[in-house]
Design a protein around this ligand. Structure first.
Ligand SMILES: NC(=O)c1ccc[n+]([C@@H]2O[C@H](COP(=O)([O-])OP(=O)(O)OC[C@H]3O[C@@H](n4cnc5c(N)ncnc54)[C@H](OP(=O)(O)O)[C@@H]3O)[C@@H](O)[C@H]2O)c1
Length: 243
């Protein structure tokens, strides 16, 4: 049975991805800062889908531990999905370097650190899949998402480069670009219903796209075109807009 490693498994999207892959008979390895919180999910997945599911401790910001963390996993995952991320208040972050730094490192540096380790392992074996959850926010920088968007842009670019680096070794890298999703991260934001997804929609699309070996997916699909239009707005105009 194939195993999927979910990095940032306490996230609403991460937990839903776990259920979706479990329904497809994958064994599940949940990695999170507080793995003890995942016990109910572990039992539920085990009972409901009859697959193995266990939790391990993982902190995206403890770069020095990432190599040892991955070495300790037995069996090694066939698919690794990087879900963790953080969205702090941008105005507070603009005024507090620690918040800025945490947002950059959680959304970018932490992903690069653990995915470099995993990619090296997959490259050596000439198989494996890496999935990274970035964000449409990274498709164009704007005031209201100054730090978050720039970190996600860097992560999207890293995933594109990793896909290119790994291709010749049959390692597949998929980038997921969600628009708005109803989760803990966005619970205090007024989200437009028509263009907002549920975690179930995100997980379903990721699962289907994984089976089809897609390179880049937008959730929902029309976000690709929304972002294309936004990217086409000339800078002299864009800089005057409140987005
Ligand atoms: N919701 C949206 O509208 C939206 C849109 C585009 C992209 N995304 C991306 O989707 C991904 C999942 O987010 P979500 O919406 O499901 O939000 P969420 O429920 O708030 O999940 C965020 C997760 O990141 C984890 N995390 C934060 N710092 C960490 C660290 N240092 N080490 C390990 N885990 C850490 C959190 O773990 P703890 O439980 O330990 O805090 C939490 O499980 C994120 O990458 C986010 O940027 C979300």
């Amino acid at each position: 049975m194939a195993t999927i490693l979910i990095l940032g498994a306490t996230s609403d999207i991460g937990m839903t991805i776990a259920r979706k892959f479990a329904s497809g008979k994958f064994d599940i390895l949940l990695a999170a800062r507080k793995p003890e919180q995942l016990q109910p999910l572990e039992s539920d997945i085990h009972i409901r889908y009859g697959v193995n599911c266990r939790s391990v401790a993982f902190d995206a910001l403890q770069y020095g531990s990432h190599s040892e963390f991955f070495s300790s996993l037995q069996p090694k995952p066939d698919i690794s999905i990087c879900v963790f991320g953080i969205l702090d208040d941008e105005e507070q972050a603009f005024n507090d370097w620690h918040l800025t730094e945490r947002m950059i490192h959680t959304n970018y540096t932490g992903g690069v650190s653990i995915l470099n380790v995993i990619a090296k392992y997959y490259i050596a074996r000439k198989k494996g899949t890496i999935i990274g959850i970035s964000s449409v926010a990274g498709d164009r920088g704007r005031a209201s998402k100054l730090i978050y968007a720039s970190a996600k842009a860097a992560f999207t670019t890293y995933l594109a480069g990793l896909r290119n680096k790994c291709f010749k070794d049959q390692v597949h890298v998929m980038t997921v670009q969600p628009g708005f999703v109803y989760t803990k991260m966005t619970e205090n934001l007024p989200l437009p219903k028509l263009i907002t997804s549920t975690p179930e929609e995100v997980a379903d699309l990721i699962y289907k796209a994984y089976l089809k070996k897609k390179n880049i997916i937008y959730v929902k699909w029309f976000w690709r075109y929304i972002m294309l239009i936004i990217q086409c707005i000339p800078e002299f105009q864009f800089k005057k807009m409140k987005l």
